[in-house]
Design a protein around this ligand. Structure first.
Ligand SMILES: [Zn+2]
Length: 200
C-alpha cells in the first residue's frame, strides 16, 4: 500500500535492525497490468532463515518505495506473506511480518479510507472496508498469532491480504473507473521503452 494519503515521507533513520550480516536487497515492484498481480499466492510451509531474509528484503523495498505495506506477489513471489509498518511519522519504525495471514472475523461497521498501491503508482481512491478485522497469522519466528486490528492497520491488512488472492483495491471501484485506470496503465506499459537486451 502506498503511503501518500497518510503523508508519511521516507525516513532513513531508525531502520529496522537486521539479524543478518548479508545486506538487504531492494527488489523491483511489479505494477499494473502485470498478470502476476492476479495470481493467488501459495501458503508457506515453514518459516526459516530464507523466509526471514526475504521478509527483510520486502521491508527494505517497502520503506524505499516508500509505502506502508507490501505483499510478496508485488515483488513477483506468489507466497502468502506481507509486510507493513503503519506507525506515525513521529514514532519509531514498527516493521511487521505476516505469514499465511487469514481474516477470521470482520466487523459490520464500515470504514472509508483513501487507498493507494505501490503496484498502481500515483492513483488514489476511497475504498470502503470493514472497520475492524481479526487476523490469524504466523510471525517471523514461526509462531501463530492473532491480531485484532482497527484503523489504518485494519485497512492495510485487508488491502495486502487481497493481494494474496489476486485482488486489487481498484476492484472495489465502479467498472468505469477501474477500466479507466487499467487502460491508463496498459498505455503506459506500451509506451515504455523495451528492456535492453543482453547480448553476448
Ligand atoms: Zn497494493
Amino acid at each position: 500500500m502506498n503511503n501518500r494519503p497518510f503523508g508519511r515521507p521516507y525516513r532513513i533513520d531508525a531502520f529496522p535492525p537486521s539479524d543478518y550480516l548479508t545486506p538487504m536487497t531492494i527488489r523491483p515492484i511489479i505494477s499494473l497490468p502485470d498478470p502476476k498481480l492476479r495470481e493467488v499466492s501459495k501458503p508457506l510451509e515453514r518459516v526459516d532463515d530464507d523466509v526471514r531474509r526475504f521478509a527483510d528484503d520486502m521491508l527494505e523495498t517497502m520503506y524505499d518505495a516508500p509505502g506502508i505495506g507490501l505483499a510478496a506477489i508485488q515483488v513477483g513471489e506468489p507466497l502468502r506473506m506481507l509486510v507493513l509498518d503503519v506507525s506515525d511519522r513521529e514514532e519509531p519504525r514498527n516493521p511487521r511480518v505476516f505469514i499465511n495471514p487469514e481474516i477470521i472475523s470482520r466487523s459490520d461497521t464500515p470504514n472509508v479510507h483513501e487507498e493507494g498501491c505501490l503496484s498502481i503508482p500515483d492513483y488514489y481512491a476511497e475504498v470502503e472496508r470493514p472497520a475492524e478485522v481479526t487476523v490469524k497469522y504466523v510471525d517471523r519466528d514461526g509462531k501463530e498469532q492473532l491480531v485484532e486490528a482497527n484503523g489504518l492497520l485494519a485497512t492495510c491488512l485487508q488491502h495486502e491480504i487481497d493481494h494474496l488472492n489476486g485482488v486489487l483495491f481498484i476492484d472495489y471501484l465502479s467498472k468505469l473507473k477501474r477500466d479507466m485506470v487499467v487502460r491508463k496503465f496498459r498505455k503506459l506499459a506500451r509506451d515504455r521503452p523495451p528492456p535492453a537486451r543482453m547480448v553476448g
